[in-house]
Ligand binder design. Structure first.
Ligand SMILES: [Mg+2]
Length: 108
């Protein structure tokens, strides 16, 4: 059975790049371009992992993370350019969450 990944990312180029890579690695990737759309998908369908952008047009990615965490232990990988952003430990539960800073953030 193919692992299903929900990618919540508003940047179309980045979303396409990540989707293409993960599809090629054998995952089934569903893309949502806004936080609310991602939350709706996450409620309706079963995903093995979520890749979540912190900067979304309609809501803060951390709020999306909190809402998913309130009802599911699905692993969440945070995709962000805001490498220096301070994230309080209270924002995270014991369920797996990984922060992944993009290359552009490290260069700045
Ligand atoms: Mg974004």
């Amino acid at each position: 059975m193919t692992d299903r990944i929900l990618l919540i990312e508003d940047d179309p180029r980045l979303a396409e790049m990540v989707k293409t890579y993960l599809d090629g690695a054998g995952f089934h990737v569903t893309v949502a371009r806004k936080g609310a759309a991602g939350l709706a998908l996450e409620k309706r369908e079963a995903f093995d992992a979520v890749i979540l952008d912190l900067t979304l047009p309609d809501m803060d990615g951390l709020d999306v993370c909190r809402q998913i965490r309130a009802r599911a232990a699905t692993p969440i990988l945070m995709l962000t350019r805001a490498a220096s952003r301070s994230i309080a430990s209270s924002d995270w539960s014991s369920a797996p969450t990984i922060t992944w800073a993009s290359r552009s953030s490290r260069a700045s």
